[in-house]
Design a protein around this ligand. Sequence first.
Ligand code: ACO
Length: 320
Amino acid sequence: MTVKILGTGSYVPDKVVTNEDLAQIVDTSDEWISSRTGIKERRISEGEGTSQLAIKAAEAALLQSGVRAEEIDIIILGTSTPDKCFPNGACEVQGAIGAVNAVAYDISAACSGFIYALNTVYAFFESGIYKKALVIGCDVLSKLVDWEDRGTCVLFGDGAGAAVVEAEEGDGFHMLMGSDGKKSAAMECISRTCGNFITGKRPEIGYMTMDGQEIFKFAVKKVPECVEQLLQESSVDKEDVQAFILHQANYRIVESIAKRMKLPIERFPMNIEKYGNTSGGTIPILLDELNREGKFQKGDRIVLAGFGAGLTWGAALLQW
Ligand code: ACO
């Protein structure tokens, strides 16, 4: 069984925050941010929550796919910034779009969230349990960022991307995932729900913390390993892959991965300059932009690959 993409959609908030804007609130500069990350600006929510962004991306994907919401069997939202402890964000999407026949839940895998969600859907397709799915990656990281910490606040933005997918006969889809909980301290954000009955304390507000260099080293080693293993297991030559759509965390990470894989950087499309790192959102937003620009032909092989806090990583090979 393979995964056929029937439609994609994405949504980012209207508010643009440039590097110059950030230089007004922390000790940084456009030169530092753009030379180290490739980011020029990002979108920041002015009140829209994760579910609202996810709903807009989902609606766009459904519209493009021509699939009615009632036909969807399962909705999985990859997010680590849900608006509420419960209900989960996928249920909120389900309610808003009227996907009355779907089961809906979230997957938490930070920036690997969309890949984990897509690969989970594939497993359901393989087993014959479900046939049509809505897969979403969405984060509003501006809720978790310490806006006084220049080491992290310049990197992230808010956004959502989605794909409507269907099970189809064939073997064009292959996947790989992994995680390493021993390295969880490299990037974390404590829960806001701890403390309470025993301590009598109000919940603490947790902000994101990150060891940037540790994450950098992990990404440039693990992503090429993971993609090469995936291609090997699928018996697909890397030269036959039209596009490598990687998690957009830092253009230098993408460049290093292209170099390690000995492939031209042109095969690694990027949009990080416009949105920064939208975590679970980056891969489906980029996929949607390229799709709407008409960049994919029927039969094209595409690799999606992500990495993030956990540590988590994963890749998917699909055929357009
Ligand atoms: N502006 C100006 N100076 C800064 C800033 C800033 N925004 N941030 C840090 N600096 C300073 C540091 O204080 C340090 O100063 P010092 O030398 O006086 O101590 C100097 O710049 C260099 O800092 P480094 O951390 O060594 O900078 P580095 O070249 O490693 O770049 C970066 C930092 C961009 C964060 C890089 O390590 C990186 O991209 N890492 C990957 C992070 C990532 O992708 N995280 C997301 C993971 S996915 C997920 O799950 C959400």
